[in-house]
Design a protein around this ligand. Structure first.
Ligand SMILES: [Zn+2]
Length: 449
């Protein structure tokens, strides 16, 4: 039995217990939290590894509920363009996607996974195609993930059929994931791109068949509501309800302009509004009515989105950005408490991904997915009067994450990555990006959908 003891720490359990324990310990046995509390465990267990966390903070790992890891390849290539509109997406990302090749995906995903680990993320929800290239890298990373195969049909029936075959093959293959950390999801991409009723029916059917969730983009602008009212005579949310999709766990990235009349329905469904504040602000989009949706009882989580509109994976920065955006939107200081933002970045994401019984807080029996931050770095002092929740949201960033553990296994110790090779992956990614830029998007050789 593998036993690890973290001791002399400031422990934040977050979640339903929401305890602050100092000095505290966390005992880990065979990938799960076996105990935690003040001082030292009694009786003293036989441990294989004892980690002194004096001057450090231990908390649950962060959950990034909306990413597109292969798009790390495009970082910096869509500047000054909103990817929240169809035009912006078509004019930049879609052109790059038509010339990118599958061998460019692994380095982008490895850089993404490494950056998530280095900034304290232990679980993420990804949505993209090229899953055959993504899965091996994520498996190697040791991260926990809900991987949604993103379906893009663009009104083409042949493409729809081909994509659905790929989607089902992917769901079938991940059903056998021996690590237990990866789960296949359905990536119903976005209403304003893929909105045929036939496709939505098929996506819902596959989500039911494989007992999984749907990861979508929703309500980036009012465009979808206008489209759905015109096509189906109802709002986008009501259209989702009509397809049955709201019965399944549903991660809805952005959720910026959902009509308030639809909020009570969403609060009764396994629906999560995933807020990506940095991407939203960079795109010049409106700020989601976070306080209103939370007050209505809708589950909320955080996501970074792709790193073309962000441009990083640091969820500490994301918490801070959303905190300030919410106060700015409401014209109210402290409009959302630091504890609530930490809850969104941990338990909120876990709820959305159907993992709340396993992760999202530190408690006996939960998976040992946790992070350790050095409290001697910038932003912590003075400790008196600077409560740890405020520091984590407003003055600390992911570079102060010292250690990262998933399932009781260290993915980073003392800032050294143990599963990913960042320098090698970044070197390959640089070469891939140069190669991508040398390809002419208008070339007749480019693949068609
Ligand atoms: Zn997105």
């Amino acid at each position: 039995m593998s036993t690890i003891l973290l001791e002399n720490a400031l422990v934040l359990t977050l979640g339903s217990q929401d305890k602050v324990i100092e000095p505290g310990f966390v005992l880990i046995e065979d990938g799960r939290i076996a105990g935690l509390g003040h001082g030292t465990p009694s009786p003293a267990p036989a441990v294989e590894q004892r980690i002194d966390c004096a001057g450090a903070l231990v908390m649950p790992g962060l959950v990034n509920a909306h990413t597109h890891t292969p798009m790390t390849l495009f970082r910096g290539m869509a500047e000054g363009v909103s990817l929240f509109t169809m035009e912006g997406w078509y004019e930049t990302i879609r052109l790059l996607e038509l010339v990118m090749t599958t061998d460019m995906v692994p380095a982008a995903v490895e850089v993404a996974c490494a950056e998530m680990i280095m900034s304290g993320t232990t679980t993420f929800a990804d949505q993209y195609f090229h899953m055959d290239q993504i899965v091996p890298v994520v498996k190697r990373s040791g991260l926990r993930a809900a991987l949604a195969y993103g379906v893009v049909e663009l009104g083409d029936a042949a493409a729809r059929h081909r994509e659905l075959v790929q989607l089902e093959a992917f769901l079938e293959s991940l059903g056998e994931d021996a690590t237990g950390r990866l789960k296949g999801w359905v990536g119903a991409h976005a209403f304003f791109v893929d909105n045929s009723p036939e496709l939505m029916d098929a996506e819902y059917g596959l989500a039911r068949k494989y007992d999984t969730g749907l990861h979508i983009h929703l309500s980036t602008t009012g465009e979808e509501d206008r489209h759905c009212r015109q096509e189906f005579g109802r709002t986008a949310v009501q259209q989702l309800e009509a397809t049955g999709m709201l019965d399944r766990p549903l991660l809805a990235a952005h959720s910026i302009s959902i009509p308030p009349q639809d909020w009570p329905l969403l609060a009764r469904r396994p629906f999560t509004a995933v807020i990506a504040a940095s991407a939203c602000m960079r795109a010049g989009a409106e700020a989601a009515p976070l306080l209103g949706m939370r007050a209505a009882g809708i589950n909320t989580a955080l996501g970074t989105d792709n790193v073309c509109n962000n441009n990083d994976y640091d969820l500490f920065t994301e918490m801070r950005t959303l905190a300030k955006l919410t106060s700015f939107r409401e014209r109210l200081p402290g409009a959302i408490r630091a504890r609530e933002l930490l809850d969104m970045a941990t338990r909120g994401g876990a709820v959305g991904m159907g993992l709340v019984k396993e992760i999202g807080e530190l408690a006996p029996g939960r998976r040992a997915d946790l992070i350790v931050l050095d409290r001697n770095g910038p932003g912590w002092a003075p400790v008196a009067g600077n409560d740890p929740f405020t520091a984590l949201v407003y003055s600390v960033n992911g570079s102060q994450v010292r250690d990262v553990m998933v399932d009781g296994r260290w993915l980073m110790r003392e800032r050294q990555l143990l599963t990913m090779d960042y320098m090698s992956a970044a070197t390959r990614l640089n070469a891939d990006a140069r190669r991508l830029q040398s390809l002419n998007p208008d070339s007749p050789d480019r693949p068609s959908l």
